[in-house]
Design a protein around this ligand. Structure first.
Ligand SMILES: Nc1ncnc2c1ncn2[C@@H]1O[C@H](COP(=O)(O)OP(=O)(O)OP(=O)(O)O)[C@@H](O)[C@H]1O
Ligand SMILES: [Mg+2]
Length: 478
């Protein structure tokens, strides 16, 4: 069922408020009224966004033109229709200049009001089309930024071109920062759905219930705080692509629901009786070891096999060293342009050191390094930073990496011991809860986000690494 459009009527005259309310409610609008510009501003300032505002010009205290000016400052996309007894040209021109869609003079005909509302709708549609066009252009630009200079990435590019037009789910795996999202966007851009939305959802960013309402939307009153119905990301992605990032972070309950949606192409918003039918291509990604995640019960096997019709594994940067100089220059150009600085010419020894460093954070770590390089404009300093990063990896296990390299003595010792104890406690909690992060966070009395941060810091990952893994990594390096 289409949502009712909401109108806010702002007029100090009770009879006009009543008249407009009756007139518009008959037409099926939800009408709210306030008696001053100040009240209207308070509402808009608090985030209320009615579909239309009908604003009287002559009001005591804050007049209509001033209210209009302040409201447009808060949100220039508001659709405001001015209403006045006077049709003095100066006022009309000023109202239109400030951003009002139309100006009606009292007494007005109902048809005039209808025409003004139609104008608002057209303006809204135009704005939506502009935004869609802008997003489309941004995506096109990103598509051009898919660099593939190593044999592995050239093969991946070919795979993408092959599978993009085939309308089935794709499962993308790879360590954090390798470029999974870039792959997902490119699949969308090369598919038949390219002119439709690409909607990304980070499944790790929200706890279970919130993620469910984010994905599937809700009806008004579905839960406390659901004051207005809201479409979910699946509805917003209709006819396009949805990218479910960090899928293994989704709760098992939600994974089961997702499986049904994939099978039936329909579901209900939370609190709704009717079903919504959607036509969405699903791309999913994880940086976990998939088989380990299934073994732990974190990723449902049936869901994985449904999503994994086609798959792409993006290799870590250390396995495609040939690309480092190219990516270095790519990020160099990107950030020089962004920060409006001349593009520096990196020294050979800096590029060589970048080629030797293993980049555990992959492309994202390299990108941040180059960003710093552009900002600081210190080739030698960046070179030394790289050497220190490499030495720190050789010298210490990853669990000690966060300590500043030059920190010495008792302070460093205490910090090391504290971190070791912290890591032990987190690993124990994870093992006891069979790697259910939510339960582990609860057991440790910290937030879910803090736990994820700590796990990343200590390189704790159910699949890739365990508590003994840092030592194993060191052995491999030496
Ligand atoms: N092939 C590529 N060409 C150019 N830039 C790339 C490429 N792949 C990734 N990047 C850049 O590297 C950064 C990290 O990529 P992306 O966000 O896709 O990684 P990710 O695997 O999704 O990371 P995470 O697991 O942390 O979400 C981004 O800034 C992206 O633009
Ligand atoms: Mg990502």
């Amino acid at each position: 069922m289409a949502e009712k459009e909401r109108i806010l009527v702002v007029d100090d005259e009770p009879s006009i408020r009543k008249y407009l309310q009756t007139l518009l409610e008959v037409d099926g609008y939800t009408v709210e009224t306030v008696s001053s510009g100040k009240e209207a501003l308070e509402r808009v300032g608090a985030g209320d966004r009615p579909d239309f505002v009908i604003l009287d010009v002559l009001m005591p205290e804050l007049n209509g033109l001033e209210s209009l000016r302040q409201m447009m400052q808060i949100d220039h996309s508001l659709n405001i229709i001015m209403l006045s007894c006077s049709n003095e040209v100066g006022t009309v021109v000023e109202a239109i200049r400030l951003g009002a869609v139309d100006y009606l003079t009292k007494p007005f005909e109902k048809t005039e009001l209808d025409a003004a509302m139609l104008k608002c709708r057209q303006k809204k549609q135009l704005r939506a089309e502009n935004t869609a066009l802008k997003e489309y252009c941004d995506q096109l630009t990103e598509d051009l930024c898919f660099l593939a200079a190593s044999p592995q990435m050239v093969r991946i590019r070919q795979n993408i071109l092959q599978i993009a037009p085939v309308d089935v789910p794709v499962f993308i795996s790879g360590e954090s920062g390798v470029g999974k999202e870039v792959v997902a966007r490119m699949i969308h851009m090369r598919s038949m759905r390219r002119t439709q939305p690409f909607v990304k959802v980070n499944c790790a960013a929200l706890p279970g219930e919130l993620l469910e309402s984010e994905l599937f939307g809700y009806e008004q009153g579905a839960f406390t705080g659901a004051v207005r119905s809201k479409p979910g990301k699946f509805e917003l992605a209709n006819k396009g692509t949805i990218f479910l990032d960090e899928i293994a972070e989704m709760s098992p309950h939600l994974q089961a629901k997702l499986l049904h949606v994939l099978q039936d192409h329909q579901y209900s918003r939370l609190g709704a009786r009717s079903v919504v039918s959607v036509d969405v291509r699903v791309l999913a990604a994880t940086n976990m070891d998939v088989h380990q995640a299934m073994k732990n019960g974190q990723l449902r096997e049936d869901l994985y096999y449904r999503l994994n019709v086609l798959s792409i594994n993006v290799p870590p940067l250390r396995e495609r060293v040939a690309e480092i100089p190219l990516l270095f220059r790519h990020f160099l150009t990107k950030y020089s342009e962004k920060f409006q600085k001349p593009t520096p010419e990196p020294s050979n020894h800096l590029l060589e050191a970048a080629g030797r460093y293993p980049w555990p954070g992959n492309l994202r770590e390299l990108e941040n390094f180059v960003k710093r390089y552009v900002i600081l404009e210190d080739d030698e300093g960046s070179f030394r930073e790289l050497l220190e990063m490499a030495a720190a990896r050789q010298r210490t296990s990853p669990r000690e990496e966060p300590s500043p390299p030059r920190e010495q003595g008792l302070k460093a010792l205490v910090r090391g011991l504290k971190e070791e104890a912290e890591m032990e406690a987190i690993a124990d909690a994870l093992e006891k809860t069979h790697w259910c992060r939510k339960d582990a966070a609860r057991m440790l009395g910290i937030s879910y986000k803090a736990l994820l941060y700590k796990m990343r810091q200590f390189n704790l990952d159910s699949g890739r690494t365990t508590r003994s893994a840092p030592a194993a990594q060191l052995e491999r390096k030496s």
